[in-house]
Design a protein around this ligand. Structure first.
Ligand code: GSH
Length: 220
């Protein structure tokens, strides 16, 4: 498989695809595309101009969820990450959507964007929005996820899946935005995050991201 992932490493959706590919054992190459300053050719890969997109041979595809499900369908037997059986698949899809559409607007598009991206673009961090996300909006989502996890190590059928990947990818952006999940209030979810971070593929990806952030900070 000659897989190319297009996107910026600090995007949680790009991270999701990279981690998914790595966990399935697919080699891939990351080609940097800045979501806020894209080359014209990128429109061919995604008319919505969002990252990530992939090229697999002659085939191109956009959207992290669509891409992950495509990679699963390419080789369903190899390290299955999207569940086996209708119920498991549906529950994994639900939590993936939950991460992408309920967590991301807060963890990534509010906390991470305000704390890291806006200052880089010469804009002012909206601390009121960050505090609102952390104190008023995210707690109900963390309560829900804490309950979903229960006594399991992994969200669905106690097997590592795309649900774990999607949720952890959002929490990485929260951490990049210098905020943390309160481990006293949500101990199971916090332990799940730490457990996911010890997976070699994610540890390597996050290490690379921290180096990028350190370089950006040094230039400021
Ligand atoms: N549903 C999409 C969301 C992708 C997304 O929003 N990516 C952001 C970067 S984190 C982006 O490209 N933003 C640029 C824009 O919206 O113009 C996916 O899962 O791939």
């Amino acid at each position: 498989m000659s897989l190319v992932v297009f996107g910026a490493p600090l995007s949680p959706f790009v991270r999701k695809v990279r981690l998914f590919a790595a966990e399935k054992g697919f080699d891939y190459q990351l080609e940097n595309v800045n979501p806020f300053n894209q080359p014209d050719w990128y429109r061919e890969l995604n008319p919505l101009r969002r990252v990530p997109a992939i090229r697999d041979g002659d085939f191109t595809l956009a959207d992290s969820s669509v891409i992950c499900h495509y990679l699963e369908d390419r080789d369903p037997q190899r390290a299955p990450l999207c569940g086996t059986g209708a119920e498991s698949r549906a529950r994994i899809n639900w939590l993936e959507k939950y991460a992408d559409y309920e967590l991301a607007p807060l963890t990534t598009f509010t906390v991470f964007r305000n704390r890291l991206l806006k200052p880089l673009m010469g804009k002012v961090c909206d601390e009121v929005a960050v505090k609102g996300a952390m104190q008023e909006k995210l707690p109900e989502h963390f309560d829900y996820l804490e309950k979903c996890l229960g006594e399991q190590q992994w969200f669905i059928d106690d097997r590592f899946s795309l649900a774990d990947i999607a949720i952890a990818c959002q929490l990485v952006n929260l951490r990049h935005g210098e905020e943390e999940l309160d481990a006293q209030r949500w101990p199971k979810l916090a332990a799940h995050f730490e457990r996911t971070l010890t997976r070699p593929a994610l540890a390597e990806i996050v290490q690379g991201e921290l180096q990028i952030i350190a370089k950006i900070m040094a230039k400021r």
